[in-house]
Ligand binder design. Structure first.
Ligand code: HEC
Length: 207
């Protein structure tokens, strides 16, 4: 090995080479991971971001179950065209209570991260039951069964809240206690609408 440069020595020793590769790629990993640990804005809730209420949480689970996220993203990118079309771009702190997050990237339909408050509850109800009745030529499927199934059909809302509390969502005993009552008499479509109407509400005051 005498007379060989460091580089040649590295190339001829598989163990050393593997260690070298791992070491160099670990630097890349650290550069990505460390800021997300130390930068508060990425891990702390944005100013108005709060955990989902019982009805909104059920709505969110239905949104996932029905695959709404396969056509709709929930992520406004910090680009002029996006901000002009959808509203303020999405902040990391707005997603701290999203498990899993629903950012997505596939947009068969429009982004929904700022949809809250843009339409009335009635518009959403009519649109979900029959999209073509409000938007000519819409290719969105109709979801008539949402109006037929009770919001608490699974009867496990308290369990869902307890699991999220264990993961760090600040639900109180009273929140969990009163959850079934909040779903009483409502259907899945009410839950989805409640979920849609609060999207974007977590935008901090400073934004
Ligand atoms: C096959 C793709 C597809 C799926 C699945 C889908 N959508 Fe859509 N959605 C669209 C398209 C396309 C539009 C635009 C036309 C329209 O408004 O109907 C749209 C529009 C919307 C709008 C109005 C957006 C706006 O800015 O005007 C809402 C709200 C919405 N969808 C919610 C949902 C929900 C909730 C679900 C699941 C229950 C869902 N979508 C499932 C394709 C889809």
């Amino acid at each position: 090995m005498n007379g060989l440069g460091l580089h040649q020595r590295l190339e001829r020793n598989a163990g050393l080479l593997i260690f070298g590769i791992l070491f160099v790629s670990a630097i890349g990993g650290l550069v990505q991971v460390l800021p997300s640990i130390f930068q508060e804005s990425l891990s702390q809730p944005a100013a108005n971001t709060r955990p989902y209420g019982a009805l909104e949480l059920v709505g969110r689970d239905i949104y996932i179950r029905e695959g709404c996220g396969t056509c709709h993203s929930q992520q406004v990118r910090p680009l002029l065209a996006e901000v002009k079309r959808y509203g303020p771009y999405s902040r990391a702190g707005e997603s701290v209570y999203d498990r899993p997050f629903l950012w997505g990237s596939k947009r068969t339909g429009p982004d929904l991260h700022r949809i809250g408050g843009r339409y009335t509850d009635t518009w959403h109800r009519v649109h979900l039951l029959d999209p073509r009745s409000v938007v000519n030529n819409s290719i969105m499927p109709a979801y008539p069964w949402l109006a037929e199934r009770a919001a608490n059909a699974d009867g496990d809302i308290q369990l869902r809240l307890k699991v999220l509390r264990r993961l760090g969502h600040p639900y109180t005993d009273a929140d969990i206690e009163s959850a079934p009552a909040k779903l009483e008499g409502l259907t899945e479509i009410d839950a989805v609408i409640a979920y849609l109407q609060q999207l974007g509400a977590g935008l901090g005051a400073e934004q």
